[in-house]
Design a protein around this ligand. Structure first.
Ligand SMILES: C[C@H](CCC(=O)NCCS(=O)(=O)O)[C@H]1CC[C@H]2[C@@H]3[C@H](O)C[C@@H]4C[C@H](O)CC[C@]4(C)[C@H]3C[C@H](O)[C@]12C
Length: 329
């Protein structure tokens, strides 16, 4: 399970990020991909140059950056989330189209475009092909959330041979089923409120609120994709105390903490513990990538503008996964 989130601060910054829920490590690290890096398209064997520098979480496989969530120097961001049972890609290459594997969609989007409107236009010419990266690497079953500094957001889903592109007005994405289903499902929860219900009389019995928070009774608390979608949508839409980048990032992590999986609460059929491996938040204007991990609550920050945007090699940062505690005495 995973949750993608977007948030604006009161002073106009745009934040994007996700929780990565998974029962294994995929050797993830923050990666910085500079403008002069070139990558091989596994499907067509073409060599592509990066136009815009990229920073995000991913893994290097045979010199190839495989991104899970990232943004570029122009403030465009993208994340891939699992979409099992629905994601289906094309069998064949189509001449005249841009043919890529699903693992390269983030790289393709972020290395070529500045904003969501450009991505939307280019998607008409995209063919996502079911060619695995290598024989030992399974094909990921993904759908994607794309966001920019104009607060424009879309979801890309390839289902039953059709590429669906949804305007994402709530700015949230979780997992299966399809995005439009989650939006319909939100209407079940429209009555939720941050305020206290008034005192009431049911037949002859007067009812007085017991404590704060009763307006949210019925907010689903489990870790299923539908429940995480409802929870993050509610919290994001009612967020307070996010006046600037730092308080916004703090609010962002508080929202994601509410969908973070506690080890042991979800066990996969293979008997593995599904946990929130890491949570990320990127400030699209500032070029900053913040993350913390299951084992380390401290937030680590990387600023792409402290790197050489014109370099030609990918920089792999350490994944800071050891708990950091402040010792007072
Ligand atoms: C499983 C991950 C998404 C997490 C998620 O959404 N979980 C929800 C599970 S569920 O719906 O609720 O069942 C996805 C996101 C990015 C994916 C990785 C990236 O695409 C990079 C490579 C791509 C390779 O083809 C496969 C390994 C891999 C390293 C991928 C493994 C896995 O599919 C990842 C890590």
């Amino acid at each position: 399970m995973c949750t993608g989130l977007t948030l604006t601060t009161n002073d106009g910054y745009h934040l994007f990020g996700r929780s990565m829920d998974i029962e294994y490590s995929f050797n993830q690290s923050p990666l910085f991909i500079p403008r002069n890096f070139t990558w091989n398209n596994v499907v067509t064997k073409d060599i592509n140059k990066i136009k815009y520098a990229i920073l995000g979480m991913g893994t290097m496989m045979e010199g190839h950056p495989m991104m899970a969530d990232a943004f570029n120097e122009k403030g465009l961001a993208c994340a891939g989330l699992n979409f099992p049972g629905y994601a289906s890609y094309e069998e064949n290459i189509i001449d005249g189209k841009i043919n890529i594997g699903p693992y390269d969609l983030i790289l393709w989007v972020l290395s070529n475009f500045e904003k969501v409107s450009e991505v939307k236009e280019a998607l008409g010419n995209l063919n996502i092909v079911s060619v695995p990266f290598s024989q030992s690497t399974p094909l990921p079953t993904l759908h994607w959330i794309v966001y920019d500094k104009n607060d424009d957001c879309i979801v890309i889903e390839k289902v039953k041979g059709k590429l669906n592109v949804y305007d994402n007005k709530i700015g949230i994405l979780t997992n299966s089923p399809t995005f439009d289903w989650h939006i319909t499902n939100l209407r079940q929860y429209m009555g939720l409120t941050s305020t206290q219900p008034p005192e009431a009389i049911w037949h002859k019995q007067e009812l007085i609120p017991l404590g704060q928070g009763l307006g949210l009774c019925g907010l689903p608390g489990d870790f299923s994709p539908a429940s995480r979608f409802v929870r993050t949508s509610y919290f994001k839409s009612h967020i307070a105390l996010n006046k600037d980048e730092l308080s916004g990032v703090t609010a962002f992590f508080h929202i994601l903490a509410n969908v973070s999986m506690v080890g042991g609460s979800v066990v996969t059929p293979a008997n593995l513990n599904d946990i929130t491996l890491y949570k990320s938040s990127m400030c699209l204007e500032k070029g900053t990538y913040y993350y913390n991990t299951y084992y380390n609550n401290q937030i680590t920050i990387i600023n792409m503008h402290n790197e050489d945007l014109d370099a030609s090699e990918v920089k792999v940062f350490p994944y800071r996964d050891v708990q950091s505690i402040y010792y007072e005495n």
